[in-house]
Design a protein around this ligand. Structure first.
Ligand code: C5P
Length: 258
């Protein structure tokens, strides 16, 4: 088994303690337009820790948009949620590392062999190579009981998510992506430096959009989140920089209280 703290470089600078409020914030760039993404990168990169680039933007714009974010001095969370045979996922994970990203994701539903192959692919990179922290995605927040029954997974969504979280930890991944509701339970069973990234973040006065189980930044941090992933409340705001600054004030206020 590979321990999460076997990782150098990115992992060391991204441990849970002593992160500044901006370092905790990843803005999700869910647009197919490279120009829109690059405008957001230019305006927001002085204020936030990084950007989450997922399937929509990466499929449309590819590695150049990752390079643009890195060139702006931002961290990149490449959220492609790999799920395939172990050899293919190992290759994709190594390719993500070569892009220079800081975080990348695999689906825990791919199982132990796949998760370990992905983690081992990072360990096998040459000394001095940039290694992202590998995060396991447990159960998508869109998965409800009807979906689990449909695909033949036993137990409630909460039980399945917890089972998958244990698998991610046992396989030595560096962290997890989970809903705000699952953070506290995972924090109790995870190693100290385990990274918990959570979407579904909404400032108190914001619309939930299509998110069902939302939390404020304060609630997510109090439960033990390392990174907050937030998209539309910032990217769709009339003034994204002002929206990001309001969020950062909330994060900073939470840390002053803790
Ligand atoms: O715009 P919003 O803040 O809802 O964006 C949240 C981001 O987190 C989106 O990129 C979404 O795909 C992602 N995400 C999520 N729920 C999960 C996993 C990822 O909302 N369980």
């Amino acid at each position: 088994m590979v321990a999460a703290n076997d990782f150098s470089l990115h992992a060391l600078e991204m441990t849970n303690s002593q992160l500044s409020p901006p370092a905790r914030l990843f803005v999700a760039l869910d647009t197919p337009e490279r120009a829109v993404a690059e405008r957001l990168i230019q305006s927001l990169s002085p204020y936030v820790g990084g950007f989450k680039i997922g399937k929509t933007l990466f499929t449309a714009a590819g590695p150049p948009v990752v390079a643009a974010a890195l060139a702006a001095g931002a961290r990149v969370f490449l959220d492609l949620k790999f799920h395939d045979i172990p050899n293919t996922v190992a290759g994709a994970t190594a390719a993500a590392a070569r892009l220079g990203v800081h975080l990348c994701t695999v689906h825990a539903l791919g199982g132990r062999a796949m998760l370990q192959a992905a983690q081992s692919a990072l360990v096998a990179l040459p000394a001095g190579a940039t290694r992202p922290v590998l995060l396991g995605v447990t159960l998508l927040t869109s998965a409800d009981q009807a979906l689990l029954d449909e695909v033949g997974l036993t137990g409630t969504p909460e039980a399945v998510a917890q089972r998958l979280a244990r698998l991610v930890i046992a396989c030595g991944l560096g962290g997890i992506v989970c809903s705000p509701r699952e953070i506290a339970g995972i924090r109790r069973i995870a190693p100290d430096d385990f990274i918990i990234a959570t979407p579904g973040i909404r400032p108190r006065d914001a619309a939930p959009d299509d998110q069902r189980r939302v939390a404020t930044p304060r609630e997510a941090l109090a439960a033990g989140a390392t990174y907050l992933v937030i998209g539309r409340p910032v990217t769709a705001a009339p003034d994204p920089v002002a929206a990001a600054q309001r969020l950062l004030e909330e994060v900073a206020a939470t840390e002053r209280m803790s």
